[in-house]
Design a protein around this ligand. Structure first.
Ligand code: ZN
Length: 301
């Protein structure tokens, strides 16, 4: 691991988080089974039929400024506290060669978390509108075979400053593959994403987090270009997160896994409803959302 940097101890606002007692995760991955969908997502889509609810408050055709309360109100959300200035001394420093670190969180005392969105299956134009309005930073881990039917969908998201990272070609269980197939999965996704989006992924996430700590996968990643393996601390379901921590609370620097998913995977909820609920869960614990890249120092070229 290469994440020394500062030796600050984490400070948590323990009392403020007791609020979250209700927050048991849905316990499913949106893949069938389980209870009926919960109702009353924190936000509903502003489309619905007819004009957007706060159309009068925004200039038609122009996205509201980030932090603009009207932009948040359009999505039935309260503005998230802005993230603090990025640290000058990046907590994670990547090297150009050698073993790549496996990262599930970032060492920081800033009350921030990082949102990652995986796979790329759901390509909901409303989500592009939402992120254009809200300017919440995300990191996308895209799987070639899932996004190749519409690479263009992700370009406006990228244009907002969000980086696109490697998540294999076919989304396999990597530890079941021999080294040459692992390498093909990573290198071919790397090549496709680099060609499509004009920049080479710096980060890799193995599907299901599988094999992340094996020397074989580490070597395969090294051979294809990414310089870190990124896992997560929380996993967004439909309305709530599953937490690895027993106390079911966000910690400063946590990386959150979510997916490009739609009503079929979310028991009828939309991508924007899921994302609004995710933001509400983050907000009620007193966190803001920062850009992962702002906490990672790329290797010197
Ligand atoms: Zn995935």
């Amino acid at each position: 691991m290469n994440r020394d940097g500062r030796s600050r101890t984490r400070t948590y606002a323990a009392g403020a988080l007791a609020l979250l007692a209700f927050a048991t995760a849905c316990g499913d991955n949106g893949d069938g089974g389980g209870a009926a969908p919960k109702t009353a997502a924190a936000a509903s889509q502003p489309s619905g039929g007819g004009a957007a609810p706060t159309a009068a408050a925004t200039t038609p055709g122009a996205a509201p400024a980030a932090g603009d309360a009207a932009a948040w109100a359009k999505w039935n959300l309260k503005p998230l506290a802005p993230a603090p200035a990025p640290p000058a001394d990046k907590p994670i420093k990547l090297e150009r060669t050698g073993t790549v670190p496996v990262i599930s969180d970032v060492k920081t005392s800033d009350k921030v978390v990082f949102i990652t969105l995986d796979d790329g299956a759901e390509k909901d134009p409303k989500f592009v509108e939402m992120l254009t309005d809200l300017k919440v930073p995300i990191t996308m881990f895209l799987t070639k075979d899932i996004v190749k039917n519409d690479y263009g969908y992700f370009k406006p998201l990228q244009a907002l400053g969000n980086h696109i990272q490697n998540h294999t070609v076919t989304h396999p269980v990597m530890s079941k593959l021999p080294a040459d197939k692992q390498k093909a999965e990573i290198c071919d996704d790397q090549a496709a994403l680099t060609q499509q989006y004009g920049t080479a992924p710096l980060l890799f996430r193995p599907p299901f987090g599988d094999g992340a700590n094996t020397p074989m996968l580490n070597t395969s990643v090294q051979q294809c270009g990414p310089r870190a393996i990124v896992l997560w601390r929380e996993s967004m379901q439909i309305h709530d997160m599953q937490y690895q921590a027993a106390d079911k609370k966000l910690k400063p620097g946590d990386i959150i896994l979510a997916h490009f998913r739609g009503p079929k995977e979310l028991k009828g909820a939309t991508m924007t409803q899921m994302f609004a609920d995710l933001l509400a869960r983050i907000q009620e614990q007193g966190f803001s959302v920062a850009r992962l890249d702002d906490y990672i120092q790329a290797p010197a070229s």
